[in-house]
Ligand binder design. Structure first.
Ligand code: FE2
Length: 169
């Protein structure tokens, strides 16, 4: 059996579509557990971004004439399991916020790898419109990752959530 790069891309897009759907299901729970105002804003932005990503992925699937359904992203299932497990037993709110950021960044990195690779595959098979849309989703995930790092680590004049969690311990 041989699989072409186009088929591999289609499979990966289905996987990424399911990953986005799973993440959309998890985010309301993450927002609910969050206490930090800026982090809550960022998590709501992520919710809006995943809705936009979903639509863009559907457009890409339509362009490439593939059905986005039918694949389960087991990696995202694992990331969600870990997110739930790491939140268990945390009483301190800053530590909970730090855990939420850690998990959101793991997911952002998974998205950057997945969408970045899908964009590169699409470019190689001359699906340029799809490649551009997938590059845009990759960029959104990278922006989210950078914003989360800023909230976790703080800046010159603002302590980050990690620092707040450290002094609460
Ligand atoms: Fe996956």
């Amino acid at each position: 059996m041989s699989t072409s790069l186009a088929e591999l891309l289609h499979e990966q897009l289905r996987d990424l579509f399911d990953a986005q759907e799973q993440y959309r299901g998890l985010l309301p729970c993450m927002v609910e557990n969050c206490t930090h105002t800026d982090l809550a804003l960022r998590l709501r932005e992520i919710q809006e971004t995943t809705a936009q990503n979903r639509q863009d992925l559907l457009d890409v699937c339509q362009l490439l004439k593939i059905n986005p359904d039918g694949v389960t992203c087991e990696a995202m299932q694992g990331l969600i399991r870990e997110t739930c497990r790491s939140a268990t037993g945390i009483d301190d709110s800053a530590t909970m916020d730090a855990a939420l950021i850690a998990n959101a960044q793991r997911i952002a990195h998974y998205e950057i790898a997945g969408f970045g690779t899908a964009s590169a595959f699409a470019r190689c098979i001359s699906a340029h419109e799809a490649a551009a849309a997938l590059a845009q989703i990759t960029e959104r995930a990278a922006n989210i990752d950078q914003r989360l790092t800023r909230i976790a680590q703080g800046g010159w004049f603002t302590p980050g959530i990690n620092h707040e969690a450290a002094i609460a311990a």
